[in-house]
Design a binder for this molecule. Structure first.
Ligand code: GLU
Length: 297
């Protein structure tokens, strides 16, 4: 692939400021494409207003800048892309791949994550119903090779079932929006947390249904607290301390197993990033779903 075609992205949801785990993800995806001479994009995934924290988008963007992680092009806000999601949903409907589901939340919850396709195929009107993607033979077994996690196989029929692409409250699902936008932005390299490893087969299946190109995937370990919980914006992981950017970047590099020399801590963030781009080796990253964050984060 020629270098000008390489495109990576960081796609935070505005549910809180960056913490050590999300900074490490942003840094890894940045270094991975910069090392190849590619572009790095930022996309704010603001399609779920009930989960959004006011001011989080601008906070995340200024934290990225403070850490020297400058993006190419304009930031894409998913809230401006609703027509594109609707358009893809219409295409899926035209191909009889989407149907309306009238199951209650209680019923769906009782199925413990694997939908039994009870409403398939239904011809219910679209209002007040979730829309699900109908899985068809022979593509229900999805296999891909993750650059960090290795070979990953999932039977969508057995492990997920027909999945929601537009919710009952009319919001588009993460799976649909992320798939449409990775294609729209010509993303070739997706590097993100392992909490999304199990979502990837759904995205690959959607790409197949919509005739999109499949990017290369790499899923990083998720940073955990000393108690083993995932650091997350929702679990109120502490935001990064401002004024400590050099230490944050150095610690994230160390956590990503890039062996940054101690001396780097005396450098500016842009100098550290220059070092890190040329020394980047994603094969050093530990092949693990989780990894404790360093002390103090
Ligand atoms: N918006 C998602 C999050 O903040 C990440 C989406 C992705 O990288 O595909 O967890």
């Amino acid at each position: 692939m020629s270098t000008e075609k390489i495109v990576g992205r960081f796609a935070p949801s505005p549910t809180g400021p960056l913490h050590f785990g999300s900074l490490s993800c942003a840094l890894a995806s940045y270094l991975d494409v910069r090392n190849l001479g590619g572009k790095w994009l930022v996309r704010i995934e603001d399609i779920d207003p009930p989960r959004e924290i006011k001011g989080a988008s601008s906070r995340i963007l200024s934290q990225l800048e403070d850490h020297g992680l400058y993006w190419d092009d304009k930031v894409l806000f998913q809230s401006t892309r609703l027509d594109a999601y609707q358009n893809s949903l219409d295409i899926l409907k035209q191909h009889n791949l989407a149907y309306h589901c009238e199951c209650s939340r209680q019923r769906v919850n009782s199925l413990e994550g694997i939908y039994d396709n009870r409403c398939r195929p239904s011809h219910l009107p679209s209002t007040n119903n979730a829309t699900r993607l109908q899985l068809n033979q022979p593509h229900q077994l999805v296999e891909f090779v993750d650059k960090i996690a290795g070979r990953h196989v999932q039977s969508l029929i057995e492990d997920v079932g027909d999945f929601v692409i537009r919710r009952r409250d009319n919001l588009f699902s993460y799976q649909l929006a992320v798939t449409v936008d990775d294609q729209y932005q010509n993303v070739t390299h997706v590097m993100r947390g392992s909490d999304l490893l199990d979502s990837t087969p759904r995205q690959i299946y959607l790409q197949h249904c919509l005739g999109f190109t499949q990017p290369q995937y790499a899923h990083l370990p998720v940073a955990t607290s000393p108690l083993g919980q995932k650091l997350s914006k929702q679990s109120l992981a502490s935001s990064l301390i401002s004024g400590q950017e050099t230490l944050n970047i150095w610690s994230a590099l160390n956590w990503l197993n890039q062996s940054p020399p101690n001396d780097l801590q005396k450098w500016s963030v842009s100098e550290i990033l220059t070092w890190a781009i040329s020394h980047w080796d994603s094969s050093n990253i530990k092949r693990s779903l989780t990894m404790p964050a360093p002390e103090g984060f």
